[in-house]
Design a protein around this ligand. Structure first.
Ligand code: ZN
Length: 147
């Protein structure tokens, strides 16, 4: 069964909503399903709206072993590099399409983890790109909307 919401479904252009904390049971199940869907589709990141939820949550795993899923609840970009880089991006919601996207080299992100703790970290390289790609999803924007 294909569980990913695909372009041109308008739901992908609907911005996500803040999640009420502490997490309720429904959101815990949602996060489990997001991680499952990311791995099943060989993705390195997935936003909640890609599986039909409007919750402001994304997951990411850029490890080679695919055993380190990170959960980002109510993420906010607090800082970004002035320097930008262009690279090719693909998206589970836009199969067969690639887009050149110019993005800041690094971003400082604040979020709540699945244990309810507020976190802050600066992301560089591939994680920086994934974080910004998933933040776009939560804002209702797709990589193919650039350019
Ligand atoms: Zn995507």
């Amino acid at each position: 069964m294909d569980d990913i919401v695909k372009y041109p479904d308008e739901f992908l252009h609907k911005p996500a909503e803040e999640v009420w904390l502490p997490l309720d049971e429904d959101h815990k199940v949602l996060i489990k399903n997001m991680v499952k869907a990311m791995y099943k589709n060989n993705g390195i990141g997935l936003a909640a709206n890609q599986i039909g939820s409007s919750s402001k949550i994304f997951v990411m795993d850029v490890s080679n072993e695919k055993n380190n899923p990170q959960v980002f609840i109510n993420p906010k970009i607090k800082k970004e590099a002035k320097e930008k880089l262009t690279d090719e991006e693909g998206c589970l919601s836009c199969p067969g399409k690639l887009a050149d996207v110019r993005r800041p080299m690094y971003v400082g992100l604040e979020w709540t983890c699945q244990h309810g703790k507020l976190q802050y970290k600066t992301f560089y390289h591939l994680p920086a790109r994934v974080v910004q790609h998933e933040m776009d999803h939560l804002n209702g924007k797709l990589c193919i909307d650039y350019g």
